[in-house]
Write a protein that binds this ligand. Sequence first.
Ligand SMILES: Cc1cc2nc3c(=O)[nH]c(=O)nc-3n(C[C@H](O)[C@H](O)[C@H](O)COP(=O)(O)O)c2cc1C
Length: 160
Amino acid sequence: MSFSARDFRDCLGQFTTGVAVVTTRAQDGAKAGITINSFASVSLDPALVLFSVDHRAATHALFTGDAKRFCINILSQSQKQVSELFSAPGQDGWDKVAYEDDSLGMPRLKGSVAALTCERHALHEGGDHSIIVGHVQELVMGETGAPLLYYGGRYRTLGD
Ligand SMILES: Cc1cc2nc3c(=O)[nH]c(=O)nc-3n(C[C@H](O)[C@H](O)[C@H](O)COP(=O)(O)O)c2cc1C
């Protein structure tokens, strides 16, 4: 390989993404969430999407184990703090965010630009991440249409 780990990260950072928080509820009712930008659409019919979770993430065992249902909350530009809350190691930001239960009982974050309620469809290994494929069960479209973006290792907002 002719590139370093830093080069690889920098190169991936040239791909602009949105930011989402995937939320779930463990079998004992405890809420969990993780900030991700690995969200991607997979299939239109059936409606499938994916995200990947680092093996080292605190929520990895949950998302690859008991958490067979989850909600992918696509963040708006006014939810940068929400992204920070769910990407800070070991932090539980649930007392600082507004949410409601979706149709599968998963916590859906209020103020998101869109939310996709999913049932886990498949699980694949992807190096140091696990790839989780979700079958979309419910969609909610928000009102703002102004997403939070991530590019070059920094949060951004849409220009014209
Ligand atoms: C913009 C952004 C995107 C991220 N995308 C992912 C991702 O796709 N998958 C992942 O496992 N971690 C991702 N992370 C990192 C996790 O949010 C974070 O490492 C993790 O929640 C750390 O805390 P934990 O170990 O307590 O879970 C991302 C972080 C940020 C700020």
